[in-house]
Design a protein around this ligand. Structure first.
Ligand code: SF4
Length: 696
């Protein structure tokens, strides 16, 4: 009596077979043939033949324009022959098998002796051998390994080879201690799992049923495993076969199936068994074999890598699903190298959509997960104040851009330090921003450029202040410095000394009267200056330029010593005398008492502005830069007489111009302390009050 049925989890079509069957079903009605049976299952082959899919066993027998290469794969010669005959190839070679082809081809070309662990007559092994010029040594057990004299050996296994036996073979070759022996574990993961599970299941069951065809390699492996662990092991190829074994079944019955066994047959057997046992049910079967569907966007953590090749990384998913991470979905920089991904390692992936018809796999992306991780890291960074850059477009009320999956809005008031009415110039521009607010739920960031600009301005100001302070510290009154004239104002020149703005007043630029700074200095040229004042508190430094150049007074004084006679021009008349321009803006004073030989009551009686006069230098005061002149001392005798006549004449003319009663007599007190008796004027920039104060 059967009281329990346990069905293996790893059961039915593997993804390689499923892909081949799906493709065959798709092309069945289009006049296509398969080279060899599409799978080792008569039921499926019959079904496809009824749909119009022919099976041929020799290239010469192909009469169609397209041919399907089954999941077992073919050797290189087959591909070449088909191409020569212009027959289109629909290649459903399982990626696991394709990977072996690549290994064998590469190592054969490098001079390795290829060893294949497998069944020599199996079409997969024949196909593999076809990639090394049919030169492989084919062994089905460790005992068959011959003495190989070639140093370089490359060992691979048929995908459905016995895991246990291959482990022994691997051990043998690894013990050869030859550096140039390379052993690849090319047994398919479904085979691995199926065999491992079958070992477990067959050990705890009273009877085992293996569903599959007797010419299927992996079905035979399962059969052998079960026979080793369970005496009551039965192989059934079709549903009807169950009738002949049913009476022999009892206790706990285990069910497993080969990779080429259709699910329909497995379910049929299970249904029957469940109808005839006390325990175990179809629901249990489903529970053991959950149908896992993957929605777009589903994240899968630690998906196991089956293998990686030029088509991408093949990963194992739950249920009967396999995922494929295409090369452009692997790395952030799109630089994919299959060698970096080892079988058995795990990666996090995101599902991109439903199963792809061509690959038979669920498309997935590793890159998207990394992008998300990177984005999370970056968003955390900008949340903590880090700057970020985006390209923006102008929208109503500000600027809009994207930062990963976040929408970024920059309010108009946060574009610049001052409010900008027209943002057109920002369109499609990359700008730097800092976060004002992040809404992770709405994936929205509000950001500001203004804050960056304000901060940078303050930093620059601070930097400038610190630099200026350092300059201020080393500037001292009386020092000479070199500065560049950088800016002109009506009151003086701004001069940059080591980056610090100093002021040279216009009065300190030249000893002479000048109209503007540029009369003395050229913009952006460097000059030497004398520091006149340093006010560190008010951050003001006064410079002098003229102070470093000799006063023209001394040249004039040297040229015209006391006793010499010079010719000058009347610049200004005062009650006490006349200022005479000598040379180079240096003036001397002719006191009224020195203007003529006779007494002069009013200077205007003898001199007019701009008169040219000849005068003798009678005194030079170097300290106060004063030159005293005398016209009368410079007069020759005859001129003196003439001058007296002239003087009389001027007086008479004056009497005639003013009525006697209206003339007011002014008493001139020559001893008055406030009236100068000698004078020189150094510079017209000296205030009159300053000049007068020195006269006693
Ligand atoms: S058993 Fe493995 S190697 Fe063979 S077809 Fe299936 S998936 Fe591919």
């Amino acid at each position: 009596m059967i009281n329990k049925v346990i069905t293996a989890k790893n059961i039915g079509f593997c993804f390689g077979v499923k892909k081949a069957i799906d493709t065959a079903r798709e092309y069945a009605g289009e006049g296509v043939c398969t080279l060899g049976s599409i799978i080792h299952n008569k039921l499926v082959v019959d079904e496809l033949e009824q749909k119009g899919l022919k099976t041929v066993h020799d290239i010469e027998d192909i009469t169609t324009s397209k041919v399907i290469i089954r999941s077992h794969g073919e050797g290189k010669a087959t591909y070449d022959a088909l191409l020569n005959k212009n027959i289109e190839i629909i290649d459903t070679t399982c990626p696991f098998v394709k990977k072996i082809h690549n290994i064998v081809k590469k190592h054969y070309e490098q001079g390795y002796q290829i060893v294949i662990a497998g069944i020599a007559t199996h079409s997969e092994v024949k196909g593999i051998n076809g990639w090394c010029g049919n030169s492989a040594i084919i062994i089905s057990s460790v005992d068959e390994i011959p003495l190989i004299e070639i140093e370089k050996i490359c060992v691979v296994a048929q995908t459905t080879f016995s895991v246990e036996e291959y482990s022994r073979i691997t051990k043998y070759f690894n013990n050869l201690n030859q550096k140039s022996v390379v052993v690849f574990n090319t047994i398919c993961y479904t085979t691995n799992e199926r065999q491992a599970e079958t070992v477990e299941l067959s050990r705890k069951c009273d009877c085992m049923i293996i569903i599959g065809c007797s010419d299927s390699s992996n079905t035979n492996k399962l059969l052998k495993i079960c026979q080793n662990n369970c005496k009551n092991t039965f192989l059934i190829e079709k549903f009807d076969d169950i009738n002949s074994i049913f009476s022999k079944l009892y206790g706990t019955v285990g069910i497993t199936a080969g990779a080429s066994t259709p699910s329909e047959l497995i379910l049929e057997v299970n249904r029957f068994m469940n109808d005839n046992v006390k325990e175990g049910s179809f629901e249990e079967l489903l529970a053991n074999n959950p149908v896992v569907s993957y929605e777009k966007g589903t994240k899968v953590k630690s998906a196991e890598i089956l293998f990686a090749d030029e088509k991408g990384i093949h990963v194992k998913l739950d249920g009967k699903n396999d995922g494929l991470v295409a090369p452009d979905q692997v790395e952030l920089n799109n630089e994919y190298n299959p060698d970096n991904y080892k079988t058995g390692d795990t990666i996090d992936i995101e599902i991109l959509g439903p199963r792809d018809k061509d690959t038979g796999c669920i498309p997935a992306s590793k890159k998207k997960i990394e992008e998300k991780k990177l984005e999370d890291k970056l968003v955390d960074g900008i949340r903590n104040g880090e700057e970020f850059s985006i390209t923006v477009s102008v929208v109503k009320g500000g600027l809009l851009g994207r930062y990963g999956s976040y929408r970024v809005f920059v309010p108009q008031s946060h574009v610049a330090e001052h409010y900008i009415n027209d943002l057109t110039s920002y369109n499609k521009q990359k700008i730097r921003l800092t976060v004002l607010e992040i809404d992770d739920n709405k994936k929205k960031i509000t950001a500001s450029q203004r804050n960056i600009l304000a901060r940078e301005r303050k930093e620059k100001e601070q930097e400038r202040l610190e630099k200026e302070n350092a300059v201020l510290e080393r500037l001292n009154e009386g020092d000479k410095v070199v500065g560049k004239f950088v800016r002109s104002t009506p009151f003086g020149a701004f001069v940059e000394v080591d980056g610090f703005d100093c002021l040279c007043r216009i009065a300190d630029l030249s000893w002479n009267r000048i109209g503007k700074v540029e009369d003395v200095l050229n913009l952006n040229e460097e000059y030497e200056f004398l520091i006149l004042s340093v006010d560190r508190e008010k951050r003001k430094v006064g410079l002098g330029f003229k102070q470093l150049h000799p006063h023209p007074f001394y040249d004039v004084a040297a040229k015209y010593p006391v006793g010499s006679v010079l010719v000058g021009r009347v610049a200004r008349l005062e009650d006490y005398g006349a200022f005479i321009d000598i040379e180079n803006n240096v003036r001397g004073l002719v006191h009224i008492s020195e203007a003529a030989r006779e007494y002069v009551k009013n200077i205007n009686e003898v001199l007019k502005p701009d008169d040219e006069v000849t005068a003798k230098v009678i005194k030079i005061d170097d300290k106060n830069r004063k030159i005293s002149l005398s016209i009368k001392a410079a007069l020759p005798e005859e001129v003196k007489v003439e001058a007296e006549d002239n003087s009389k004449k001027i007086k008479e003319e004056a009497k005639e111009r003013k009525p006697r009663e209206s003339r007011k007599r002014v008493k001139i007190d020559r001893t008055n302390d406030n009236e100068p008796t000698q004078w020189s004027e150094g510079t017209t920039n000296t205030p009159l009050a300053d000049l007068l104060k020195d006269f006693k």
